[in-house]
Design a protein around this ligand. Structure first.
Ligand SMILES: Nc1ncnc2c1ncn2[C@@H]1O[C@H](COP(=O)(O)OP(=O)(O)OP(=O)(O)O)[C@@H](O)[C@H]1O
Ligand SMILES: O=P(O)(O)OC[C@H]1O[C@H](OP(=O)(O)OP(=O)(O)O)[C@H](O)[C@@H]1O
Length: 220
């Protein structure tokens, strides 16, 4: 068993917030700061390893134990439904998952009358579950990005996607119809690592909990 603690971190927009949070409890990786094509970084002194992976792949690395700890959006966890230990809401990466449609359609539309709709999304499982609970049949069109384009070109009338500032919806003539879930980034932990590296992982969880708690209290 390696005596390193390995983190799987998403390459994109939540990487910096993650590293800033870990720095507050003394977990740093100077090697990661320069720009490079490297995918694994080590802090040999404190025995931490960091892997930069696609956001949607973080749960897989943690599930299989290639990483002990991961940071990932709640959207990804809800979509993938993996059995992972999720001890902490990290309180950054705030956005919401919402149903949206073009402004012109919204003006004459009554969502209460939907029975069969076509929806483009990166989140087919969440979308299917959400509409099934309302008794609405959905034809799902799975996309991997630029979801707001779908109604503009007639691929679907509605979308389910993340909304943060609302700028992407606005600039593409769309409005939110309903929020499905509030999203933040979460810490996830491999269940076996929690036992085999109990002391180090517990110390990390307690340190993070304290820092996040303090920040929430200060910002309230
Ligand atoms: N506009 C946004 N504002 C705030 N947080 C966001 C926003 N978009 C996404 N997020 C959060 O950040 C996470 C990572 O998003 P990011 O765009 O970096 O990766 P991605 O492109 O969605 O994933 P992948 O690379 O696997 O396709 C999302 O899962 C979500 O929790
Ligand atoms: O409400 P806003 O602040 O405009 O943010 C929302 C946008 O951000 C995300 O897209 P991203 O930038 O990850 O690009 P993508 O469409 O290629 O996934 C999301 O899918 C929305 O399109």
């Amino acid at each position: 068993m390696s005596d390193y603690i390995t983190f799987a971190l998403p390459k994109g927009r939540i990487l910096q917030d993650s590293m800033e949070l870990f720095a507050k409890i003394g977990i740093t990786c100077p090697e990661m700061e320069g720009s490079s094509r490297k995918l694994v970084f080590e802090n040999r002194e404190s025995k931490f390893r960091f892997m930069a992976v696609r956001a949607t792949d973080v749960p897989t690395y943690v599930e299989y134990g290639c990483a002990d700890i991961g940071v990932v959006g709640k959207d990804t966890l809800l979509e993938q439904g993996k059995d992972l230990y999720e001890p902490l809401d990290l309180k950054f990466g705030y956005c919401r998952l919402a149903v949206a449609e073009p402004v012109a359609l919204r003006q004459q539309d009554d969502p209460a009358s939907w029975s069969n709709i076509r929806v483009a999304t990166k989140y087919p499982n969440i979308t299917e579950r959400f509409f099934a609970a309302k008794g609405i049949q959905v034809e799902l069109i799975k996309l991997y990005g630029s979801i707001e384009l779908a109604p503009l070109v007639g691929l679907s009338e509605r979308i389910v996607d993340l909304v943060s500032t609302g700028a992407t919806l606005r600039e593409n003539g769309m409005v939110e119809v309903e929020t499905i879930a509030e999203i933040t980034s979460r810490l996830i932990v491999n269940r076996a690592s929690l036992k085999t590296k109990h002391l180090r992982i517990t110390a990390i969880l307690e340190g993070l909990e304290k820092v996040i708690g303090d920040e929430v209290r200060i910002s309230n």
